[in-house]
Design a protein around this ligand. Structure first.
Ligand SMILES: NC(=O)c1ccc[n+]([C@@H]2O[C@H](COP(=O)([O-])OP(=O)(O)OC[C@H]3O[C@@H](n4cnc5c(N)ncnc54)[C@H](OP(=O)(O)O)[C@@H]3O)[C@@H](O)[C@H]2O)c1
Length: 248
């Protein structure tokens, strides 16, 4: 497929490598220009382009930018045909992102993204840490293969996104609609805890919505202390252990 990826940080760079290695035609962009994109991002054939060109001609656009930057992508997304699959990898951490009152008040993260973009999205690759995404993929059928949840409201968005998640080396699990995608957000038992398909299905069902924000914020505080303010996930094993202790 022809895929654009906006954002080549911890998550986007690995998606670029894996999806181009799987045979997809990938173009990537960040906010600073193609000359600032590391060669490792392009190692398997992806091309670096200007952000204004990353959605040109694509069948799938992956938005892998911080949640608080989503509104800045709306004009780019508005240029896409209605049937283009747009995939959102984002998570909300109030202590890192600008506070978003609607989400603090209980709106599901990807439903807020849909409002900003004024079009449907699928949610994927948000519930795996960057280190696990880069290092822990495996071939289909491998015992203990890690699973990743996918939520979407349109059948084609769901089918395409499930297939792309498999291409990155993980079992893809249909987690339901965007309205249900709080089950795969920070603080939930299936969030960044590196579970198998069977374990993930159980974890999605066991999630308790009212407990998520407090658990999310506890984990963020612990990770920030451990990594001196780094808000992402540089040590999957630490973050996976922490997530299993706090969320499950
Ligand atoms: N890190 C994790 O373990 C993890 C796991 C799952 C999901 N996520 C989520 O995935 C998303 C990306 O996370 P990340 O850790 O990969 O972030 P990151 O390392 O901070 O990278 C963010 C990327 O987005 C680009 N960007 C930001 N605003 C942009 C804009 N307006 N136009 C074009 N590019 C823009 C940045 O480019 P410049 O540097 O040029 O500005 C950078 O390439 C976040 O929403 C995060 O919550 C992260």
């Amino acid at each position: 497929m022809k895929i654009g990826i906006l954002g080549v940080g911890h998550i986007g760079k690995t998606l670029s490598r894996k999806l181009s290695a799987a045979g997809h035609d990938v173009q990537v962009a960040n906010s600073r220009g193609p000359e600032t994109i590391d060669s490792e991002v392009l190692a398997f054939g992806a091309r670096a382009v200007d952000a204004a060109d990353v959605a040109r001609g694509v069948e799938v656009l992956i938005l892998s930018v911080p949640l608080n930057r989503m509104p800045a992508t709306a004009s780019l997304v508005a240029s896409l045909p209605a049937d283009t699959v747009v995939i959102d990898t984002s998570n909300y951490y109030p202590a890192r992102d600008d506070r978003i009152q609607a989400i603090d008040a209980g709106q599901v993260e990807s439903e807020w993204v849909v409002e900003q973009l004024k079009r449907p999205v699928a949610k994927a690759w948000n519930a795996i840490g960057s280190d696990s995404l880069a290092r822990k993929g495996s071939a289909p059928g491998t015992p203990g293969r890690i699973a990743i949840p996918v939520a979407a409201d349109r059948d084609r968005d769901l089918a395409v996104t499930l297939s792309l998640v498999e291409d990155t080396g993980f079992d893809a699990v249909n987690a339901g609609s965007l309205a249900d995608s709080w089950r795969q957000q920070p603080g939930a038992p299936g969030y960044c805890t590196d579970l198998t398909r069977e374990e993930l299905v159980q974890a999605l069902g066991a999630a308790e919505r009212s407990r998520l924000p407090q658990r999310r914020d506890l984990a963020f505080a612990a990770i920030s202390e451990r990594f001196a303010g780094v808000g992402t996930n540089p040590d999957a094993d630490y973050a996976v252990r922490l997530g299993r202790a706090l969320y499950m």
